[in-house]
Design a binder for this molecule. Structure first.
Ligand code: IPE
Ligand code: IPE
Ligand code: MG
Length: 247
């Protein structure tokens, strides 16, 4: 029996975020270089996006490249940037056919010019799609995002757009890259590492975490279904007691 059959349709997470980790280790296991792993990681991205859209998930956010990842060997960074451009361009047709909107978060201006302009063009070409928003976090880190938000708030305070000393949580959220989406209910990390690695720190305040030892290129639709079923079997209490939740 597939985990898919156990998914309760009306308890589906609206937003799922994934830390796609383990491409390098997966490649090493086959005696190949890390870039080989990244190429195979794209197949897993396709499978996860397809599975999420088919189920009716509204937002899927994938951690593709962190601000810290810029410090990897130049060869790997260059290969990843080329892979991003190629993949994004190759997928435009499929995204449109499946009514999926591509979105990106992170310090996008730090991407190579060619990447940035092709990414922006794809965002534009898919912007009317409304079945699911597929967000790629690229050159993203949560501390960068939060600091960027604070700087924008300071600018808006100086220009009189907002009142100083009176920022609410919801106003602060408006300044984050994720302002158009709800917080994720479920965060998945592959590869067995049990850490967040600077991803969506503000947004995951009450997110359910799911860790799997599968390496990202091995991650299948069935793994996504399993994570959703696990999530659906949890009691989300948000600080209340179990009795309060049940009544
Ligand atoms: C995740 O796989 C992809 C990126 C961070 C770009 P890794 O490249 O981190 O693979 P491991 O964790 O070294 O196996
Ligand atoms: C996190 O993976 C970033 C992405 C998946 C893009 P890393 O491999 O960079 O994280 P650490 O170094 O293991 O924390
Ligand atoms: Mg890693």
């Amino acid at each position: 029996m597939s985990f898919k059959d156990k998914i309760i349709k009306d308890k589906l997470p609206v937003h799922i975020a994934i830390i796609m980790d383990g491409n390098g280790r997966w490649a090493a296991k086959q005696g190949k270089d890390r870039v080989f792993g990244h190429h195979h990681g794209v197949d897993a991205v396709r499978a996860a996006s397809e599975a999420a859209a088919e189920l009716g998930v509204k937002y899927l956010t994938l951690y593709a490249f962190s601000t810290e990842n810029w410090n990897r060997p130049k060869f790997e960074v260059d290969a990843l940037m080329t892979l991003f451009v190629e993949t994004i361009q190759n997928e435009i047709e499929t995204l449109n056919k499946n009514n999926i909107r591509l979105n990106a978060i992170g310090d996008l201006k730090s991407l190579p010019d060619d990447n940035y302009s092709k990414l922006m063009a794809t965002l534009e070409e898919t912007k009317k799609n409304d079945r699911m928003m597929l967000t790629l976090a690229m050159s993203y880190s949560s501390r960068w995002e939060i600091t960027d938000a604070v700087n924008k708030i300071l600018d808006d305070t100086k220009s009189g757009k907002i009142n100083a000393g009176n920022i609410s949580e919801s106003q602060f959220s408006e300044y984050l890259n994720t302002s158009q989406m709800p917080d994720p209910e479920l965060l998945i990390r592959t590869s067995g590492e049990m850490r967040i690695s600077n991803f969506l720190l503000w947004q995951i305040a009450y997110t359910e975490l799911f860790f799997t030892s599968k390496l990202w290129p091995e991650f299948t639709k069935e793994d996504l279904y399993e994570a959703i079923v696990d999530y659906q079997n949890r009691e989300r209490r948000f600080g209340l007691t179990s009795e309060q939740i049940k009544s």
